[in-house]
Design a protein around this ligand. Sequence first.
Ligand code: UD1
Length: 390
Amino acid sequence: MKIISVVGARPNFMKIAPFILVINKNNLSAKQNDLKIQHILVHTGQHYDDRMSKAFFTALNIPDADINLGIGSGSHAEQVGNTMIAFEKVLLKEKPDWVIVLGDVNATLACSVTAKKLHIKVCHIEAGLRSGDERMPEEINRLVTDRLSDLLLTPDVLSGENLKKEGVPDSKISFVGNIMIDTLEANRSKASALKIKNIIKENIIDYQNNNDLEFFNSGTPIYALMTMHRPSNVDQKEIIEPIIRFLVDEVSEDMPIIWPIHPRTQNQLKLFGLWDEIILNKKLLLLNPLGYHEMLKLNMKAKIMLTDSGGLQEESTVLGTPCLTLRWNTERPITLRKNGGASVLVGNNIKRIREEYRNTLTLNRSPERPKLWDGKTAERVLKSIIKASK
Ligand code: UD1
């Protein structure tokens, strides 16, 4: 069997690592008549900076992509269109039995459409998530990919229900769990061993202006961990500026904030003239995008997480980090406190963020494990693909 797996952007990399491992394991243990899998890894090149891409391949022992389409940045139409044109050539040459796509980035959409048009079977890992918000580019990617996929592998019970409501037949759906948690479990101890002060020192954007890192030498430093990169939060000054004000005027009065900053957000803050002020605030520690283990360590110890990232909502649930989700909706309701998770939706309204921030500070770390987030999802993924191939 020949499989092409596609990755394009940062959140894909931690999801592909365990899948490649189980394929290798399968091939090593396969006897003569068993099914060997020929695997080709395609990177669309949507994320290309070392810190956004290569660092994850290295840290998670992902082999170099066999093919990099070199798509780079651009509008959605440019990224999707260029990926389709380049990926079609790969498919015509390689003729795989399956194309495996992950998550909800532009590569997921572009490559599932391209494969289906060539009558190649598509498997979607992380199928069935729905935010209900079609202004979110990822929601379009999810809807189209799930509509076309031949095998839909769901991460939680709620995503399976979404697919059934949309009329997807049971025979196409398999509940496998959350593959990203395989990576978390495999890397916990390595992350634990890291020192917070070193993570900051090695990644801080402007170390000169932030020289009070001694605080992080203490046994249990109390800090907030922040990430924000969604266009809906960072692309308009009227939205991002009040959030920055809240961080600077209120949160940083309580505790230091560690903020690994996405290139999109960095660009926008510079564009809006907000960069110089935040870089000078000694309690706001701006870091370059972090490696996998570094981010995991910071999440393990944070007093509170403020984020608009879907992956961090999930990791915070398993680690128990009390989390404020800076969005009005989520495609991952399983991570919400009301459903047993660690996070609460606060959108970008400061009054609401403030209220929930104060509530959340009273909470203790409380790890939860949704069904099948057990570190063994990749094995179930491969079993489902093999079963669907018979
Ligand atoms: C993409 C995903 C999003 C995911 C996020 C994680 C889509 C539609 N969006 O959003 O779901 O949560 O990745 O990071 O696929 N840039 C760099 N270096 C890079 C990559 C990007 O500087 O290696 C800058 C460029 O200015 C680029 C901007 O970041 O225009 C946005 O990158 P892009 O890949 O278009 O979208 P993300 O916001 O990263």
